[in-house]
Design a protein around this ligand. Sequence first.
Ligand SMILES: [Mg+2]
Length: 400
Amino acid sequence: MKIDRIDTVQHEDFPNLLHVLVHTDDGVVGTGETFYGAEAVEAQIHAVAAPLLLGADPLRINAHNRTLQGYVGYTGSGAETRARSAIDIALWDIRARAAGVPLYDSLGGLTRSSIRTYNTCAGSHYVRRHGQSTRNWGLDAQSGNYEDLQRFLTDAGSLAEELLAEGLTGMKIWPFDSYAEASNGTSITAAELQRALSPIRQIRDAVGTEMDVMIELHALWNVPMARKIIRALADFQPYWVEDPVRADIDHGLASLTDTIAAAGTMLAAGETVASVGTFLPLIGSGGPLDVVTLDVTWCGGFTEAIAIAAVAATAGRAIAPHDCTGPISLAAATHLSLSAPNALLQETVRASLRGWYGDIATNLPTVAEGHLHPPTGTGLGTELQPDYLTSSGAHVRSSR
Ligand SMILES: [Mg+2]
């Protein structure tokens, strides 16, 4: 079997998403995906990756992943790494499809047949354009059935009740971000702190401790403000605090572990961190992370994610893979979460999974009783909707 064509797909309606389709001369097609900077990733795939891969055996995944690390851009989740991630996912999809098995079988088989999920309370147009800022929250669109971001900002208690009634026992919210933006992460006043705590207070008033609450800080804060926020959260027993500071701040996450422990919560981080070597100081030798929120489409693909999960396991830490970008990413993360013994949770976004993800991909993972189940079928079990590829706004570029 040889790789004989590589397509990339971008769509004007989803400018952050980049899909890659790796075709083989046997007719097997693998699908990959990544998110942010789609044009740069597309260029990397056609200019650099395709000449290396066309004519090669797609099953030599380790070798291709190593080759695509290149001479520059191999650390961090830049365009080189995101291109490598998308291609690696497509190659694992080919491997499993060629073997006629679901992808989790190729990853070593099921540790569990479903995994507990939590709902990230984004809305239908969340980060539809570039950037992780309040301007890109999509609050003015308000067109979906699950505008959970608006709900948590205004009426988090009723949202918690609704999610619990669906069987979802975890929810993630980010009520601190606007204060971080206003001060570049350097200041939150006592009054602002109380306003930001209002959603979690409403959740506790409505449903007590029945709901696990994950607090997302999007790595927007400096160390003393992160410490101040974590201390203030302690009374509300958050399940975890996620990305309080950037992972590359010198000793930043490590300096928060005492505060995290005193607050009785866990430190989760890592969705923007790529490659096992960069993760090592965060999880090996007493590193600060309790939960590794790796993203398969950003960290270097399955090949890198398997290694990161294994390092986390040897350090007695859990993984809880990231969603909130696109449907192939969720499918890939689901296969990893079902196979990795140290997977704790799999993130999902009901506004996406029951909304626009279905416009892009077929046969998505499903949630029942708060647990996520994989798609049936071979490989990822999921592929791009034929209509998505041919719709106006879709731009397909091929290397062959
Ligand atoms: Mg996150």
